[in-house]
Design a protein around this ligand. Structure first.
Ligand SMILES: [Zn+2]
Ligand SMILES: [Zn+2]
Length: 132
């Protein structure tokens, strides 16, 4: 096999593993966490490669990127949903309740097209609230 073909094949495998790791993660992992998990499957993978693959998967619509505390987190759920973020333990939970029909309608009446909606709720999760 030619070097370039071998490289291409390796890239495909790396991409498939990174994608699978995000699919199996329900905690909205950071790139570093995805890297730690991908390494179990593919010990030779580098953080740089994981980062590059994640940045490819987002515009391809395969995963979503959300920014929490200025940090990228990755989400296997690609349909629009909102997030609750615990300020103490950092837990990120999906919020599925539809929230903003009124606001959307107002904007759409003006002729705007809404492509993306994401609310972030910051506070304390039940466990951290109980410790307070
Ligand atoms: Zn918490
Ligand atoms: Zn989510």
């Amino acid at each position: 096999m030619k070097t370039i073909e071998r490289k291409k094949k390796r890239n495909t495998k790396q991409k498939a593993i990174v994608f699978q790791v995000v699919q199996d993660s329900h905690d909205h992992p950071t790139a570093e966490t995805v890297y730690e998990r991908a390494k179990r499957e593919l010990p030779t993978i580098s953080l740089g490669t994981v980062y590059r693959i994640l940045k490819e998967l987002v515009p391809e619509g395969k995963i979503r990127e959300i920014i929490v505390n200025k940090q990228s987190r990755f989400d296997p759920k690609t349909e629009f949903h909102h997030h609750f973020i615990c300020k103490k333990c950092g837990k990120i939970e999906d919020v599925k309740t539809p929230l903003c029909r009124y606001t959307c309608k107002k904007l759409e009446q003006k002729g705007y097209i809404i492509e993306e909606i994401e609310y972030k709720f910051y506070g304390l999760c039940d466990k951290c609230a109980a410790e307070n």
